[in-house]
Design a binder for this molecule. Structure first.
Ligand SMILES: [Zn+2]
Length: 558
């Protein structure tokens, strides 16, 4: 419902305000906005930009002239939240097409620990099947076995088995979290080529893409030109041993990592996606198809050299151009498609540059927060020691696990000693025990107003989360020492990591911009309504967003 002023009333109120004399005579009524098409689209294109913060979108959005400019003519939500605390790739991708927060998807982090499992490697990768003896957390047998809920593609297939569910990315975890358990085709990058699930042959589309990439890798390529508007970004900053800020992505022969950490990685991912559209004739049949495309270059570049140098400026321009070409190719194929674009998490620039740019508090996490250092301090306090590690964690923050070889009374003593140590540390914003989070209610209301405990609750799973969950203070970057390829990161409970853009576009969709906070878990219910999918009550943590900017409501279609 929106309040409606009849033209006569409007004219009267203008006259009373003394404006009528200067106003042009109103021609009856402003033209009503035409509603969006009501028939479900034949193809859903779900694009995730890895590490694309709402802050980056705000900084660059006036510069876009390609695909990101087109998408801004649709339904724009500049403040969408990955509302949970563990703002990493796997949890973030797990929310995008499930409509569920990590507390429900079970994807609480990229890596968690199961100190009780039999294999020597106690760390579990979010997209591995550790029950396969060939799998390790570093060399995983890729699987969606840990994802506890269905994806949109799986719901589409349940409604109509003819629907295809296809996913491509540089990252296996992005493919598995957006695609889910039932993927028709799924490809990710490994050691210089696209690969797929164990036991499946590479489709000819992937073979052709890999051949094209192989000849480029062999030859090497020059760097990218600096767009004129990027010159202000182009200055060097020293982050430990690494000089950042002036890179151009020149690629030496046979250096696949220089391909991966550059705009080339996104271009190759999109190129493979288009080949799959053609090979499978996606969007050309009666049942709608889903194509997930997760573009990882932003994240690789952000980690390597941060977000405020020439490198990210070049990447933003290349990404915008690439998406424009991608949408143009879908248009050229005459497809009726809807696009959703969002991100798995935001990010923060490299602290050495932030310190020069008006954020002097930006700093690196203290190595004393790493699990081995904390274990030493706990042993000194309690006298409790183990033959293997006493504490497990994947860095100086997040989930900490106590060795399961200890009797439970000793484990409780370790937690009791650990928590005050953490809370006394000046870089720690909050430390919660598993018991505290398990007994906290699931958060409701606007995600920007949630407490730190509520944020942590939204990525807490009692089966998988740590015995203690640690949130670092603002602008404390959890990389104690920068290294080539790794100077900046995300993963915090702060809004620079939680807030991402969310854009929907379809031909004929009236424009709207809604600055109020929404969530990435709203994507699945929004698209389910557009597709006319029946979904059981309570299946989503998010809500349907009415993306039709006219008087019609895209959430109320049958
Ligand atoms: Zn990342």
């Amino acid at each position: 419902m929106r309040p409606f002023l009849a033209p006569a009333v409007l004219a009267l109120s203008l006259a009373l305000a003394g404006c009528a004399a200067t106003s042009a005579r109103p021609s009856r009524q402003a033209a009503a906005v035409a509603p969006a098409p009501t028939a479900p689209p034949k193809l859903v294109v779900a694009i995730a930009i890895d590490q694309f913060s709402a802050d980056s979108f705000a900084q660059f959005r006036q510069r876009y002239t390609g695909g990101l400019a087109r998408l801004q003519q649709g339904a724009v939500f500049p403040s969408a939240f990955q509302s949970h605390a563990a703002t990493e790739t796997c949890p973030g991708h797990s929310t995008l097409l499930t409509g569920a927060r990590p507390s429900r998807t079970g994807i609480i982090a990229n890596m968690w620990f199961a100190p009780e499992i039999a294999r020597a490697d106690k760390r579990i990768y979010c997209a591995e099947d550790e029950s396969d003896p060939a799998s390790t957390s570093r060399e995983p047998v890729v699987s969606a076995v840990h994802l506890k809920v269905p994806t949109l593609g799986e719901r589409m297939k349940a409604a109509n088995p003819a629907s295809r569910n296809v996913a491509v990315s540089a990252k296996d975890r992005a493919v598995m979290m957006m695609g889910g358990h039932q993927i028709d085709e799924g490809y990710w990058w490994k050691n210089g080529a696209f690969v797929t699930l164990a036991g499946r042959p590479l489709a000819p589309a992937a073979v052709a893409e890999n051949a094209a990439i192989a000849s480029r890798l062999k030859a090497g390529e020059p760097g990218y030109a600096l767009p004129a508007w990027c010159t202000g970004f182009d200055h060097a900053v020293q982050a430990g041993p690494v000089s950042i800020g002036t890179g151009r992505f020149a690629m030496e022969p046979n250096k696949p990592d220089q391909f991966r950490v550059s705009p080339r990685m996104d271009a190759a991912t999109v190129d493979l996606a288009v080949r799959l559209v053609d090979a499978l004739q996606l969007g050309k049949q009666q049942a709608p198809d889903l194509l997930s495309v997760s573009l990882s270059a932003n994240d690789y570049i952000g980690h390597a050299v941060g977000s405020e140098g020439a490198e990210m400026c070049i990447q933003m321009a290349a990404l915008d151009r690439l998406l424009g070409e991608f949408l143009g190719k879908l248009d050229a194929r005459g497809l009726d498609y809807i696009v959703v674009l969002s991100a798995d998490h935001g990010g923060l620039d490299t602290p050495e540059r932030l310190a020069q740019q008006a954020l002097p508090r930006a700093t690196r996490a203290d190595a004393a927060l790493l699990p081995a250092a904390l274990a030493k301090a706990v042993t000194a306090k309690t006298g409790i020691a183990t033959t293997g590690p006493l504490l497990f964690a994947d860095g100086p923050f997040g989930d900490y696990y106590v060795a399961r070889s200890l009797p439970s009374a000793d484990r409780a003593r370790v937690v009791a000693a650990l928590v005050p140590l953490l809370r006394a540390h000046p870089q720690v914003a909050a430390a919660f025990t598993a018991d505290e989070l398990a007994s906290a209610p699931l958060p409701v209301g606007s995600p920007q107003d949630w407490t730190l405990k509520e944020r942590a609750r939204a990525s807490f799973d009692p089966q998988r989360s740590g015995d203690v969950v640690v949130l670092l203070d603002r602008a404390v970057v959890p990389i104690p020492s920068p290294a080539p390829g790794y100077t900046a990161t995300h993963g915090s409970a702060w809004d620079y990591d939680r807030r991402v853009p969310l854009l929907f576009w379809r031909k004929g969709l009236p424009a709207l911009e809604q600055p109020a906070p929404v969530e990435t878990v709203d994507i699945a219910p929004t698209l389910a309504a557009v597709l006319g999918l029946g979904v059981p009550e309570g299946a989503f943590d998010g809500r349907c967003l009415d993306i039709d900017g006219s008087a019609a409501n895209s959430c109320a279609r049958k």
